[in-house]
Structures are given as C-alpha cells and as structure tokens.
Design a protein around this ligand. Structure first.
Ligand code: GFB
Length: 324
C-alpha cells in the first residue's frame, strides 16, 4: 500500500547515515521522484534559522527525521554533551520548521534506550518514563525522549501529524565501524575481520558477554518507516524490532562463524555491560501487519559483504562516520 504520491517532496534529514541511507534506498525502490537531502556542509540541522530558511526554500511535504549524533556505549559515556546537545537541537529545529512550513507528516526516529534500565521485558510502549534510565546513555536517551514529546506537543497544540518510531539496535551498510565510537555489531565485524587479516586468533569482546540485545537490519527498519509514514497516525510512539534477542556472547559467536571461524573469544570485564537486556514488545506494530524479513545471520552476511567491499574501494576509510 502506498498513499503518498510519487512526486511529493520528501525530506530525508540525515541521509548519509546508517538509517538515512537505507530510507533513501527504500524511497528509490518505491519510485519516489522528489527526494530532498542536505549534507551537513550545506545545512547545520542544529541551527534553527538555517533550518527555517531551508524549509522555506524547499517546502518538503513529508519528513523523515532520522538525523542525529549516535554511537555505542563508549561514545555515549565519553561524549555526553555532544549526544544531548546535537540531538536536542536537531529534533527541535526540524520539528519546529516542519510546523512553520506546513509539513503534512513527519516521522521521528528515537531509540530503545528511552526505556528504563530495569524495564520489564519485552518493553511495551507504555513503559516510557516509568523508571530510571541506563546511566551510560542517559543524556542521549533524554534527548530522544524530548523528540517524542516535541512531536506530541506540536500535534496537541497545532494539530501536526508528527509520529514517532522507536527502533531496537540497528546495523547494516553505511554503519560506523570505528572501534571506539561504534555499536557492538559493526565493532565485532571489524574485530573478527582484522584478526583474520592479521592471523591473530584472539578477539576481545567488551564486558561479560551476558547482556541481551535485539538487532534489526537497517533495510527492514527503513521498510517499517515507509510503512508507518503511510499508515500510522497516532500520538503514541511505536516500537520497531524483530522480537528476538540474544546475548552478546551469542552475537559474537555468530559474527565469528561468518567472518573468522577459527577465532577464540576473550571477554574484557573491565569494560561496561550497559543495560542488562533490551527486547521490544512489538504487539502494536504486528497488529498493524508489519514484520521484519531479514534474519540476523543473513543480515550479518550482508553487512560483512558491504564492509569488505567498502574496504576494497576505500582501504583507509571503512567507516562512514557516526552521524545517523
Ligand atoms: O552496541 P553497544 O555499544 O550499545 O553495546 P548499547 C552493546 C553491548 O555490547 C554492551 C558490548 O554490553 C557492550 O559492552 N560490546 C562487546 C561491545 N564488545 C563491544 C565492542 O567492541 N564495541 C561495543 N560498542 N560494544 C547503545 C546506547 O547501547 O545502544 C545508545 O549507548 C543507543 O544510546 C544504542 O541507544 C542503540 O546497546 O549498550
């Protein structure tokens, strides 16, 4: 089903990142003919005047707000100011400009870290603000919660059709593979790949290996975003995931089996584990009729293929940076 006309102007904010590039691919598959983008050099999304000017000049009718500063557990704990400031500003400027310039619909993308650290599993949408957040990513989570509240407030006061989706941990092409700032899945792909190239059998995994996480391939997420843009019009945010989780140890074993089957795992328990478990409740999304298609092993293979190809094309810059 597709209700948005193919020539409607659609702005993908953050089109160079993991999610934005997947949304672009999905829109192109859907034959959207009027996709608007702006690089960071062309438009600083943290600058309200610049964002207003851009909206006035380009008049998008639909907006995918998938831009932001993102990163893994280490980046979140060492650069909290950037994570809260950049994300708060980007959410506020884009939502406000979308209201000022009459955007018909906006989809805002949050994160599953908005839920309390010790949330009952699987995590239902209603659990938002029901307990304390995980300290290692609290500033980022607060900015992500503010994004949901912005969409709700502009809907209540001005009648804007702004919706929010909360994805689980994501991975795929154009992810950030930098070992200090990346999330766990690209970090593991890189670690096992480097170990294979260097014929080093030992690969170090951060933490105890016992935290549980749920991973969604980014093209599945993009498909869900287009589906929700077409069919979801509620004030409440909606979870997007696979409904399946595994331990970090199991994840590392899966990546090892694909990238470097001879490797041995070693756990560095001086590194933090973060949230013990993050599994989303998907009842709301499943009721609407959406389910993911790409299973984890297939998704890891696709991502590893993309990574090795990007290394071949550009050996010195395998990472796309860490802006979403
Ligand atoms: O993906 P990740 O950095 O983020 O880490 P979170 C997930 C788990 O993998 C943690 C472990 O228990 C890490 O200790 N891990 C093992 C590793 N080896 C590695 C490694 O080499 N690199 C990394 N990065 N982790 C993030 C939040 O939490 O999730 C963000 O910080 C955001 O705010 C994102 O919400 C989705 O899942 O713990």
């Amino acid at each position: 089903m597709k209700t948005i006309p193919s020539d409607s102007p659609i702005f993908v904010a953050g089109h160079r990142g993991l999610v934005g590039s997947a949304v672009l691919r999905a829109l192109e598959r859907q034959s959207s003919r009027n996709i608007l983008t702006a690089t960071r050099e062309q438009l600083d999304l943290r600058d309200q005047a610049a964002v207003n000017y851009w909206f006035k000049a380009n008049r998008p009718e639909y907006v995918y707000l998938v831009a932001g500063t993102v990163g893994g557990i280490f980046a979140n704990s060492t650069r909290p100011a950037e994570f809260i400031y950049d994300n708060l500003m980007i959410h506020a400027t884009v939502v406000h400009a979308a209201h000022l310039y009459g955007v018909k619909k906006l989809l805002y993308l949050g994160s599953s870290c908005i839920y309390p650290r010790d949330c009952r599993q699987p995590m239902r949408e209603e659990a938002l603000l029901s307990g304390y957040l995980e300290p290692s990513n609290e500033p980022y989570a607060v900015a992500k919660i503010a994004g949901i509240k912005l969409c709700q407030a502009y809907r209540r006061q001005y009648g804007c059709n702004f919706i929010s989706a909360m994805p689980t941990n994501l991975y795929g092409p154009f992810d950030n593979f930098d070992l200090e700032s990346s999330h766990v899945l690209p970090a593991l792909i890189r670690k096992f790949h480097d170990a294979r190239v260097e014929a080093n059998r030992k690969v170090t995994i951060w933490g105890s290996g016992s935290p549980r996480r749920e991973f969604l391939y980014v093209d599945d997420l993009a498909d869900a975003c287009l589906f929700l843009m077409d069919s979801y019009n509620e004030e409440n945010h909606i979870n997007v995931g696979t409904g399946q989780d595994l331990t970090i140890r199991e994840l590392a074993e899966s990546v090892r089996d694909i990238v470097y089957p001879g490797a041995a795992l070693e756990f560095d328990t001086s590194k933090p584990d973060g949230t013990p478990r993050k599994l989303l409740d998907l009842s709301r999304l499943h009721k609407l009729g959406w389910r993911n298609r790409i299973d984890l092993n297939h998704g890891i293979r696709l991502t590893y293929d993309w990574y090795t190809e990007s290394l071949r094309l550009s050996p010195l810059t395998p990472s796309s940076g860490e802006k979403r």
